[in-house]
Design a protein around this ligand. Structure first.
Ligand code: 0O2
Length: 202
């Protein structure tokens, strides 16, 4: 398998989408409006992770591009929960990509406590052999959700996917605390906005 050649267009997808998403952030900044995007990261799944996923799901080498939907992965991190839905709406209305799947783990958390909004998109990329439509995964989450997921991911790595029950329970409690923090921040935000509206009306 020539991994370099296979992954090159995915690197292109990640770079192009990073530029486009950063563009959204900049436009909000130029207009001095609250940006629903705090920061963006992106990566191409490393070959060992692709192989591991293919093996665990019994995916044939020839099916990798069709069945592993997150070879190209983007992560959009926001300040507030409602920013997540603002971004989803913005992505739904774009015609340079098409959404083929949506998973709302924000309102329906996973058993682990994980929260995030996932979109699987199809994105056209120009290659030296012509246009290719590739899939990418966009994960959208708040800073608090990201903090939790990053730590849980490291623990999963440390315990090779077998986190002890006690640690799992702690993580679930931490996930709840992170979600409460998000809820409190949203309330504060609404109150501040309401106060600003009243101030402007005077
Ligand atoms: P990595 O190392 O982040 O790339 P799929 O994996 O898409 O084929 P699935 O499981 O239905 O199938 O997808 P799902 O639930 O949308 O999850 C995909 C990605 O979401 C994972 O990719 C993680 O990045 C993230 N994720 C999902 N659940 C959890 C969780 O409980 N904790 C954390 N920290 N992240 C989670 P990978 O490939 O598993 O891992």
């Amino acid at each position: 398998m020539n991994w370099g050649a296979l992954l090159a267009p995915y690197t292109q997808v990640v770079e192009e989408l990073k530029v486009k998403l950063k563009g959204i952030r900049k436009q909000f900044e130029y207009e001095s409006r609250h940006s629903p995007i705090e920061f963006i990261t992106g990566r191409v799944k490393p070959v060992p992770s692709i192989l591991e996923k293919a093996e665990s799901r019994q995916i044939k080498m020839t099916d990798i591009e069709q069945k592993i939907q997150d070879i190209a992965g983007l992560r959009v991190v926001c300040q507030f929960v409602d920013d997540i839905y603002t971004i989803v709406e913005m992505l739904r209305s774009r015609d340079d990509l098409s959404i083929i799947e949506e998973k709302d783990y924000v309102s329906e958390k996973k058993d682990s406590g994980y929260r995030s909004y996932h979109l699987i998109i199809e994105y056209p990329v120009e290659t030296i052999d012509g246009r290719k439509i590739l899939m990418a995964e966009i994960q959208i989450r708040t800073l608090a959700m990201n903090f939790w997921a990053t730590n849980e991911h490291s623990l999963n790595y440390k315990y090779k996917g077998r986190i002890p029950t006690e640690v799992k329970e702690r993580l679930q409690r931490a996930a709840e605390a992170a979600f409460k923090l998000d809820e409190e921040m949203s309330k504060i935000k609404s109150e501040v906005q309401e106060a600003q509206r009243m101030f402007h009306r005077k």
